[in-house]
Design a protein around this ligand. Sequence first.
Ligand code: UGA
Length: 460
Amino acid sequence: MSYIIKIVFITATFININSNPEQFEPRKITILGTGYVGLVTGVCLASFGHEIICADIDSNKIGLLQKNIIPIYEPGLAKLLETAINSKKISFTDNIETSIQNSDIIFIAVGTPMNKAGKTDLTAIEETFEIISENLNKPKLICMKSTVPIGTCKMLKKVLKRKNEHLTEIAFNPEFLKEGSAISDFLEPDRLVLGGSNRSIEILKKIYLPLIKKNVPVLSTDTITAETIKYASNSFLATKISYINEIARLCDVIGADCNVVAQGMGLDKRIGDKFLKAGPGYGGSCFPKDSQELLYISRYHNKPLKILEAVIDTNNSQCQYIFEKFLKLMDNNLENKTIAILGLSFKPNTDDVRYSPAIDFIHNLQKYNCKINAYDPIAIENMRKEIHDINYIDNIEDTCKNVDGIVILTEWQNIKDINLERLVDLVNKPVLFDTRNIINTDLLKKLGYKYTNIGNAKIN
Ligand code: UGA
């Protein structure tokens, strides 16, 4: 077969798509990785009508999912999963090989955590590609969902091409899911970013047709630009947070109220009111890792993002800053005190404690031999794996009993609603540090609390 004929033949056998772009076609899609991103992507694509195989090397996880037990906390996920299972649109397997062979489209959603050197660890991606390469029985579209360093998809495409006779496309379709609101972020996104060849973009557009019909803006581009969009977006949001945290530090000394400053800024549509809440610093599995990776790439190419250097520095020092505020509130007398920590997850509505500000704060308290009572509605088990030697208590009142100080670290709704009047009678001393600015300071004053929050010198 001549070269030209071979190309035509392969093109013809690559995933067929109906010529009518308005017509939905259910696809057989495998999702590799059943973490937050993989599971949410799987159940949401199943809700569109696609046939989804969720695969993971972790047999325990797969065993739980097969019994309809979700190993993570994500509001709304259980209900959608039940619907997908009942309609037979989703299945779970630890047999990665057959899951790859049995689909035309493979989404990759394996972990890309930060290693000790502050770089993205691509071990899971490399292992996944090894298995894909060995099991490519026909041309397929591989769509990367995991956040990977800029240039990764292009490099993987070259490697696959060298190793495999089948014409396989690699696209990058970044996820913009926030833990805690991941389902609505998937089903009502601000935009869809599709990076890849024209052909892979056409296939992805068909997969996402239900969203496109709802007029979700679609940005089609190459994989390098799509990878950069992901890092630049997360780093920009991290920048907003570090910026407002620095403004809050200034407010702490000049007498302005940071909450009102943020409100006044946010009313300007060019600025927007999102991600302008001062607090103990950003945590989670994305912002710390992605800002670090983008900085690394910029330095590597000798175009250092100086703004990002400052953003990361500010975030790294924010925990120490808030700890010193607490020390001051406690009259520099923390030795052997009993402290209640309210909130352990890095933000509300998730059980995730990765890079949670609570970890550093608790370690700081331990340097003063404090006795620590810690409460969180759902993240206790995950935090126990990080820190063993503190008292975990499953309700707010017992957590605050006989303590010398209360520190709020996560803005869970039931922590916002705490009964301050009742707590006055339970604590040893009514001292409260609200690092999320969620408690009514007038009420605290009226009830005789000694208190402080972030970015409001008038109450220091
Ligand atoms: C973030 C992005 O928001 C998602 O768009 C993205 O898809 C995801 O990373 C990812 O790359 O996978 P997530 O890490 O779940 O989502 O959490 P966010 O809601 O963005 O919060 C991150 C951190 O910033 C939290 O510690 C939160 O408390 C803090 N934050 C957020 C503030 O301190 N102030 C704010 O105003 C907003």
